[in-house]
Design a protein around this ligand. Sequence first.
Ligand code: TGC
Ligand code: FAD
Length: 392
Amino acid sequence: MALKFRGFDLVEFDTLLSEDEQLVRSTARQFVEDNLLPIIEICNREGRFPRELVAPLGELGFFGPTLEGYGCAGMSNVEYGLIMQELERGDSGLRSFCSVQSSLVMYPIYTFGSEEQKTRWLEPMARGTKLGCFGLTEPDAGSNPGAMRTRAASTADGYVLNGEKMWITSGSIADVAVVWAKSDEHGGKVRGFLVETDRPGFRAEDVHGKWSLRASVTSSLSLSDVKIPKENLLPRTEGLKSALMCLNQARYGIAWGVLGAAMACYDTALQYAQFRKQFRDQPIAGHQLVQEKLVWMASEISKAQLLALQVGRLKDQGKAQHFHISLAKRNNVWMALECARMARDILGANGIADEYPVFRHLANLESVKTYEGTHDIHTLILGAAITGIDAF
Ligand code: TGC
Ligand code: FAD
């Protein structure tokens, strides 16, 4: 049974948003209602990324929305967050695609790129006619990307890249990969490179058999003597820190995105509990233990909304620090995953079927808990910020 989302606002949250922010949210919400929800369960079953949505998302200005110029929309960070929330209410996979395109590819080109790189890539990426991926993780370097093995050796006219990247979102559909590698020209320090994916020696192979993020492309990248010209170095990258700066952008978007997944699960569970009857012909919403779960979800979503908004406001004022973003990513993903589990439980056997969106969100959120820094890595980032002692 298709249940229509009724929105979520328990604490007059909307009074904290400007008219423009509410408009951006309703535009994104309508887009998801009209274009993603009718196809997502089939995409999920088939393991298919809904590529037909890329161009319309570009028309809405949803790629690189916070960037100025180069065809980008110049929105605030709060508006960006609200877009992520709505997309992930549909599916974490589409939000993931937009996170990578915006925060992990367009952002580094904008922040660390030369004028030529920006002119070449940003406008087509904003339209969605060129796609990107971000290669940081390797088979043996996940939580600890500083242990990466990928190398860039300098030659007379450029660089030769060798290495393997793993779990790369949009890898096989990308036109350009932002590849992080240790560069001998820079004393073995990490630098970012733009690698066109049609260069000889570059190969992307999709990961199959995923139980999670099935509507998203996840690939391994192999770079075997890939030659790139000097001008493909992102000139303002300065070590691993530059890659981590990109992660801040994407983690921030996730902190909002998962609110959408949690709201979808909560609203489904609430509506289901209001019509499903068990014992004395009573709706299960009338049983105290079911109410306790619904109240937990509504309370935690409300708190998480306020946290995301505060971090967004700090970001718009240029005051957000990396640990603020870790706090929001860690808390909100955990909260959303708990909501998905409780919603699954409230739906009983129906909770395991894709007639309802809950199990899909639950499975997706397991990935979201791991990528962009695992829950426990964010615990340690916060631990270091609070105590001043690095415990990695
Ligand atoms: P560490 O020595 O702590 O730091 C190196 C330099 O970076 C600075 N720094 C940061 N700067 C900006 N933002 C941050 N978040 C930063 N964190 C650290 C730091 O101050 C230092 O600066 P400097 O000037 O002294 O050089 O580095 P470390 O090697 O000990 O690692 C720290 C650690 C573990 C926190 C980091 O490596 C980490 O965050 N690991 C998790 C890896 C991760 O999140 N990978 C994500 C891959 S991309 C992805 O998952 C995409 S999924 C996308 C999707 O589909 O949505
Ligand atoms: P590991 O680092 O091996 O961690 C395994 C476990 O050990 C975790 O529980 C972790 O918390 C724990 N652990 C590790 N170190 C410590 C420690 N010091 N103390 C305590 N516990 C620790 N990467 C990209 O670069 N680009 C992408 O586009 C991208 N997309 C992804 C899409 C999907 C669907 C997934 C699942 C992953 C994606 N990733 C991407 C990779 C992702 O960032 C990594 O999976 C993540 O950083 C964790 O690395 P790992 O999987 O190697 O786990």
